[in-house]
Design a protein around this ligand. Structure first.
Ligand code: NOJ
Ligand code: CA
Length: 555
């Protein structure tokens, strides 16, 4: 391992007002982070007990996947009450305490707001069913009469993103077959009607609710999907286009402009972060205009293969898309919806896209790990902010052999198992010990909600702490170095000349910080003189081995 000359990190370094421009944001999937009460499901008590881990890692902020009251039909993305914490996770008082404790450690908190859909268990939806067709309550959702003689056919052929029809038929209050409602995801997630001003007011209030509780930002679920085509224009459902033509309407931007005004009305900075899956760069950038969202996830980078030309192109395109709107780019390798990147990078085809998950394709973990180590140095050196998904700092792989009976993802259930879904990247985090639950739960607890592989005894936080070759220590060093290096985060970026299949770029006004990534199959001479601050694997003198990255100071 290369020697480190990184400046010492200090938590005292003040974060800038627009902290999201450079932040490293750690994603917590609460069900799988840590379980404090022994029911086998992660909770807020578990997070509070492990804030030390986040502080030692050196992240600037944490984004929580939904923690709200929910029947958990889609792991909390079916929200019944946006102002209450689900009892499985804890209480609102605990969430407030957690925000306070995180702030004491200099860690900001981002909550997940899910505006596209609600839950069939929400008071609004229950009332809409009770009161019946034509009511103001029904107009909060997308209810329509069915087609066919008795309305027995769905209003159109739109398909759910999780598989199957995007419509479910209801019964009238008298028990007779009734209207259908739209759900772009699971049937338990009815879409809200964003044409209705009451829906807009409700979410403005939800934003204030969390900002008043000192949340530093919100992550907006399915941000481009809110406004539907009112004509319900159909298309060939055997070959549905992506993005879906009935969404991403211009009207949605008025919603985010009003949210931005709310965020800006707070004296402390509040971030708006969008989940915007749109392949069209211009339409994507439209969400990042100066009076709309601050940042959005970079799914093009997340899906990019481990290939020099493709990476270079995606980096160039990302910078080009963000520059005109003045928004900082973001970089992400994994999240709770996609196969873990250690597994992806170990495959013959290292790309990812939503229609091409490759679950079960052969993978070489050693190769995937080596590339993942290099990839995090690349990611953290790029301009803007970066997202880490819990467990990637441990080098966790996708768990692909979860027994069918234990799988919980509606994507798996709604496709009758054809799509294995996302459970494999949601397996509970291993903290310590030699066997499951690896410190995830206290002694004598129920089994974790998804089984952990026995091999994870080598991947626990305890096993990796202090091992200079471990993934965890690489992440800690990289984040400490990034925190102490003003050239990193937001700021200038310049490609440098480099041998074929090697990416090299400098950062900072004088270009004194350099990142080099060798994507070729042979060792390469470092293309510049300087001090190696950090490398993802051992260097051979000044030779950088294949699938290895180095950070170099050339002053
Ligand atoms: C995107 C979220 O990341 C995913 O986990 C969820 O299933 C869908 N939106 C629906 O809310
Ligand atoms: Ca629990």
């Amino acid at each position: 391992m290369a020697e480190i000359h990184a400046p010492q990190a200090t938590r005292a370094r003040a974060l800038p007002t627009e902290w999201w421009r450079s932040a490293v944001i750690y994603q917590i999937y609460p069900r799988s982070f840590a379980d404090s009460n022994g029911d086998g499901i992660g909770d807020l008590g578990g997070v509070r007990a492990h804030l030390d881990h986040l502080e030692a890692l050196g992240v600037d902020a944490v984004w929580f996947n939904p923690w709200y009251a929910s029947p958990q039909a889609d792991a909390g993305y079916d929200v019944a009450d946006y102002r209450a914490i689900d009892p499985v996770f804890g209480t609102l008082a605990e969430a407030e305490e957690l925000i306070r404790e995180a702030h004491e450690r200099g860690i900001r908190i981002i909550v997940d707001v899910v505006p596209n859909h609600s839950s069939t268990a929400s008071p609004w939806f229950l009332e809409a069913l009770r009161i019946g067709p034509g009511s103001a309550s029904r107009d909060l959702f997308c209810f329509r009469a069915g087609r066919g003689e008795d309305g027995e056919l769905p209003p159109n052929e739109w398909q759910s993103i999780f598989g199957g029809p995007a419509w479910t038929r209801t019964s009238n209050p008298d028990g007779s077959p009734g209207e259908w409602y739209l759900h772009l995801f699971a049937a338990e997630q009815p879409d809200l009607n964003w044409e209705n001003p009451k829906v807009r007011e409700e979410f403005e209030d939800v934003l204030r609710f969390w900002f008043d509780r000192s949340a530093d930002g919100i992550r907006i679920d399915s941000a481009a999907l809110l406004m539907k085509d009112p004509a319900l224009t159909d298309f060939d459902h055997t070959d549905p286009p992506f993005p879906h033509p009935y969404t991403d309407r211009d009207e949605v931007h008025a919603v985010y402009r009003s949210w931005r005004a709310i965020a800006d009305s707070y004296p402390e900075p509040r971030a708006l972060i969008g989940e915007v899956w749109l392949p069209d760069a211009d339409r994507f950038a439209a969400y990042l205009r100066p009076d709309e969202l601050h940042t959005a996830f970079n799914f093009a980078f997340l899906g990019c293969p481990w290939e020099p030309d493709a990476l270079r192109q995606v980096i160039d395109e990302t910078l080009a898309v963000h520059a005109p709107v003045g928004a900082p780019p973001t970089w992400v390798l994994s999240n709770h919806d996609v196969p873990r990147h250690v597994t992806r990078y170990g495959r013959a085809d290292t790309s990812f896209n939503l229609e091409y998950r490759q679950l079960g394709a052969p993978t070489d973990r050693t190769l995937g790990l080596r590339r993942a180590r290099a990839a995090i140095l690349l990611t953290l050196a790029l301009p803007g902010s970066a997202y880490l998904y819990q467990g990637e700092e441990l080098g966790l792989e996708e768990v692909e052999d979860i027994p069918e009976a234990l799988r919980q993802d509606p994507m798996f259930l709604r496709t009758q198992g054809e799509n294995l879904g996302r459970d494999g990247c949601r397996v509970p985090v291993p903290w310590s010990g030699q066997e499951p639950p690896f410190g995830f739960s206290p002694p004598d607890a129920r089994e974790p909600w998804l089984p952990q592989p026995p091999a994870w005894r080598d991947r626990t936080v305890a096993a990796q702490t202090g091992d200079p070759d471990s993934m965890l220590e690489l992440y800690r060093r990289a984040l400490a170095c990034r925190r102490g290096e003003p050239a990193l985060g937001d700021g200038p970026f310049t490609w440098l000349p480099a041998p074929e299949s090697v990416l090299a770029f400098s950062r900072g006004p004088q270009g004194r910080f350099v990142c080099v990534v060798n994507l070729s199959d042979r060792a390469t001479e470092l293309p510049m003189a300087g001090t190696v601050l950090l490398s993802s694997g051992p260097l051979d003198g000044t030779q950088l081995p294949p699938d290895t990255a180095a950070w170099v100071s050339n002053c």
